[in-house]
Design a protein around this ligand. Structure first.
Ligand code: CUA
Length: 330
């Protein structure tokens, strides 16, 4: 039993060191300042532990020596207690507190930097992420594209419950609170993909509420914006056209949109599907996006993501093939 708890504790401690969400493997200025803070606090803590252990061993050694020499201990420890037990810890904690405060203020600036930075609105839903580019009239989901090497303004909110937006390699957490808009500035040093995760318990599928931030070179990002702005193309072949009819008949459009029909954020129940085929993963980062997974997801979402609000859609083989042809051409 104890061994099992110890193993669980070790795993919990070590997950921060490996995998796609390495907190200390900072890839942007926000995460870097937090990692530096962590290393400095760790160094201070280690220095304190080493000093205390040294003093303890010294005391044991001297007590033994005195006992051997028959000398009575006559030390008055009052000064030691006041200095070592009160003054020094107080000073160290004050230093840590002030340093923490300075780093926190720099990492989460309250004043907005000048200039017209790219703004991305992210809305946390149970249990997926709506992603809007208000300056470009683009909406997508669960995959956030941004230019590398630029500071990007993220406006974060939620219509249902509190979620928390967290991309460990880029920055610290920021809560998404209903009725409130929080601002977070993210910057990725280099192009790359960074996994994000909801960091506030928000319901049954909370642990499965992930996303990816894809930082691209500016010209690639501009190309993506241009392609997304050009809008949806109507289904090309017969199979995809039949799929579009099945999509409408199956009431998918109650929660999703494939043609950008405007939905105010509060009534959005499911992701905008206009660029579904271009996304790398399905169900908020849960599974890779391919025809087999998309079919399984549509048939029985609960099996893939327990707690998902998406209802099952039992379709026959032919109908499913047509629907997939439609969706994966979007
Ligand atoms: Cu959303 Cu936890």
């Amino acid at each position: 039993m104890v061994a099992r708890y110890a193993r669980t504790a070790c795993v919990a401690l070590l997950v921060g060191c490996a995998g796609p969400q390495r907190v200390l493997d900072a890839r942007g200025p926000g995460a870097r300042s937090i990692a530096e803070l962590w290393w400095v606090l760790l160094a201070m803590s280690v220095a304190v532990v080493v000093a205390i252990t040294g003093l303890f061993l010294f005391a044991v050694w001297r007590a033994r020596q005195r006992a051997r020499d028959g000398v009575a201990a006559t030390v008055d420890g009052t000064a030691l207690v006041w200095i070592g037990g009160v003054a020094v810890p107080l000073a160290l904690l004050m230093i840590a507190l002030v340093y923490n405060f300075i780093v926190g203020r720099a990492a989460y600036p309250r004043a907005e930097p000048a200039g017209d930075a790219l703004t991305i609105e992210v809305v946390g839903h149970q249990f997926w992420w709506e992603v809007r580019y208000p300056q470009h009239g683009i909406t997508t989901a669960n995959e956030i594209r941004m230019p590398a090497g630029e500071s990007v303004r993220f406006l974060l909110t939620a219509p249902d419950v509190i979620h928390s937006f967290w991309v460990p390699q880029l920055h610290g957490k920021m809560d998404m609170i209903p009725g409130r808009q929080n601002t977070l500035w993210l910057q990725a040093d280099e192009p790359g993909s960074f996994r994000g995760q909801c960091a506030e318990y928000c319901g049954m599928a909370h642990a499965l509420m992930a996303f990816w931030v894809v930082a691209q070179p500016r010209d690639e990002f501009d190309g993506w914006l241009a392609r997304r702005r050009s809008g949806a193309t109507p289904p090309a072949d017969t199979l995809a056209r039949r799929g579009a009819a099945i999509y409408r008949a199956s009431n998918c459009g109650q929660c999703h949109t494939t043609d950008g029909a405007a939905q105010p954020a509060r009534t959005v129940a499911g992701p905008d599907l206009r660029d579904l085929a271009s996304r790398s993963r399905l169900a908020a980062g849960r599974i890779p996006n391919d025809a087999a997974n998309l079919g399984a997801w549509i048939r029985d979402p609960q099996r893939i993501k327990p707690g998902s609000h998406m209802p099952p859609t039992p379709l026959g083989e032919d109908d499913m093939r047509a629907l997939l042809a439609y969706l994966l051409a979007l």
